[in-house]
Write a protein that binds this ligand. Structure first.
Ligand SMILES: Nc1ncnc2c1ncn2[C@@H]1O[C@H](COP(=O)(O)OP(=O)(O)OP(=O)(O)O)[C@@H](O)[C@H]1O
Ligand SMILES: [Mg+2]
Length: 495
């Protein structure tokens, strides 16, 4: 033997030497430990006798090749994973030794023997398996991710993409890999800058870019990028995650477009209402003044029924004028130029009462108002009109002959003030509580009480303008209470 026995026994791999008859000559300690067969028990025995399971195995064929044809055989782990029944024992656990085996002929005096070397590659095999598991796991995550992902190298070339990215670009992998990343964007310079910045800083977040799909359509994406550090080949890659914002951005744009159209048509409508009502009043005035002239010209000779007809016509013109004036006022509420100031609600209420002076006096109404009312940010003239309309209604919609009693109150509603105007009038049926705030909505036939049905519509517009709320609670015949809640902070300046 070339090597002394103690060296062979000290080796950290298996060594078996067989003579020309396949009988064991050398069986080192490593073999003894991993096969649980002592050298003394192995020596002199046929290898097949020791391991009957080798039968017609590749190892046995390799041994025959070495003994009979002097040919070596390398048995790689991939093809021949566990050539010999060898085990590693750790305490109570036993696991097979993953092996890489080399069989080569050796001169044995005049005849030819054979050397079997067994290397334990269990650790490497385990590491490989673990690595493969990790790779498969990560790849699966990458492939299944809903967000488009890609890797780009230092030169700005796309190196990997996931299916979501293929979907985003509208192109298969093959059409993406190897292409320039920046070339896919409507602003290639900015896309290139994103890669450069990521390479310099290590990351970049939420960069908005538009990607041009293969068919020319654009997708708006938010890109986040980070460098992938510590690659074995030392190359730095940029890892990108995209979020497709196309739907959201387009919805926002559509909303802005519609808002613009609505604002424009609102402004036009307001202008229209203003011009129309203004211009309508002039011919109306002509009608009533000439009617009056006709009446005067006819003098005493005028017949009673003709007199009555003329009176109806004049009254009609007067009512129509009132309608136009009310409409005009309605169209003015909340106009951009209405000034917002600190307004004393007490003063507004007092002014409304003063404006209603004769109405209140004639009806002998009793109106109770709170001693103190808060101040808010708002439009003074509008708040006066709000009180005036509510009080006028409270006094007006009472059974004939009954004395109107009205109570105005204000309570603290936390973030807003809640004003209420309670009356003892005819009340409002439950199914009309919302309807009364609509334009031209009147519940009582026109003959009974005068009015155009605009008052509460104006109130609602004023309250909207102040970012508040208006509603009514009532039962038919038991009076009504109108509530107005106004934010303490007041309306925001844009109105
Ligand atoms: N306090 C109330 N009690 C009972 N019914 C009411 C009360 N206030 C309003 N209403 C009903 O709601 C309708 C609409 O009121 P609104 O103030 O808008 O119009 P109007 O009083 O008829 O006319 P104007 O435009 O002159 O105010 C009224 O016609 C009336 O039928
Ligand atoms: Mg009214």
């Amino acid at each position: 033997m070339i090597l002394p026995a103690n060296i062979i026994d000290g080796l950290d791999s298996g060594v078996v030497v067989l003579d020309a008859n396949r009988r064991v000559e050398v069986w080192n300690d490593w073999m003894a430990v991993h096969s649980s067969i002592a050298a003394s028990a192995a020596r002199g025995r046929d290898l097949l006798d020791i391991f009957p399971e080798l039968g017609r195995s590749h190892l046995l064929q390799a041994v025959e090749r070495a003994l009979n044809h002097r040919l070596p055989t390398v048995m790689s782990h991939n093809l021949h994973p566990r050539v010999l029944p060898l085990f590693n024992r750790y305490g109570a656990s036993v696991e097979p030794v993953e092996q890489s085996v080399v069989v080569r002929p050796v001169a044995d005096g005049d005849s030819t023997g054979c050397l079997i070397q067994v290397a334990d590659i269990t650790a490497a095999v385990k590491r490989d398996r673990h690595l493969r598991d990790v790779t498969v796991y990560n790849r699966t995550l990458f492939e299944m991710a809903v967000d488009p992902m890609a890797t780009v190298d230092r030169a700005g070339i796309l190196r990997d993409v996931n299916p979501a990215f293929e979907g985003l670009a509208g192109t298969q992998r093959a059409g993406l890999l190897g292409s320039r990343f920046d070339a896919w964007f409507t602003k290639p310079v900015e896309a290139g800058r994103l890669i450069a910045r990521t390479l310099a800083d290590g990351r970049a977040n939420d960069v908005l870019l538009s990607l041009r799909q293969a068919d020319g359509q654009q997708r708006h994406v938010s890109l986040s990028a980070a460098t992938v550090p510590g690659r074995a080949d030392g190359a730095t890659m940029v890892f990108l995650v995209a979020r497709d914002l196309t739907e959201r951005i387009e919805a926002e744009r559509e909303l802005a477009r519609k808002t613009r159209i609505i604002e424009q048509s609102n402004a036009e409508l307001a202008q229209f209402a203003y011009v129309v009502s203004h211009d309508l009043r002039q011919p109306l005035r002509t009608v009533s003044s000439f009617l009056t002239l006709i009446e005067r010209r006819l003098g005493e000779a005028i017949e009673d029924d003709l007199k009555e007809f003329i009176a109806f016509a004049v009254d009609g013109a007067r009512r129509m004028d009132r309608l136009i004036v009310d409409l005009l006022n309605y169209s003015r509420v909340g106009r951009q130029d209405a000034p917002l100031d600190e307004v004393d609600l007490g003063a507004s209420l007092a002014e409304a009462m003063a404006n209603l002076g004769t109405v209140v006096a004639e009806s002998h109404a009793e109106v109770a108002v709170p001693e103190h009312l808060p101040r808010i940010m708002g439009s003074r003239s509008e708040l006066v009109r709000l009180f005036q309309n509510l009080l006028a209604n409270a006094v007006k919609y009472v059974e004939t002959g009954k004395r109107p009693r009205v109570v105005v109150e204000c309570r603290d509603g936390g973030s807003d003030w809640v004003l209420s105007v309670r009356d003892n009038g005819v009340g409002i049926p439950g199914d009309c509580l919302d309807r009364v705030f609509g334009l031209f909505q009147r519940l009582n036939p026109a003959e009974h009480t005068e009015g155009t049905g605009i008052g509460l519509a104006v109130c609602r517009k004023i309250v909207d303008h102040h970012h508040g709320r208006i509603w009514v609670e009532s039962h038919l015949g038991e009076g009504a209470t109108f509530f107005v809640s106004l934010p303490k902070e007041g309306a925001t300046p844009e109105g």
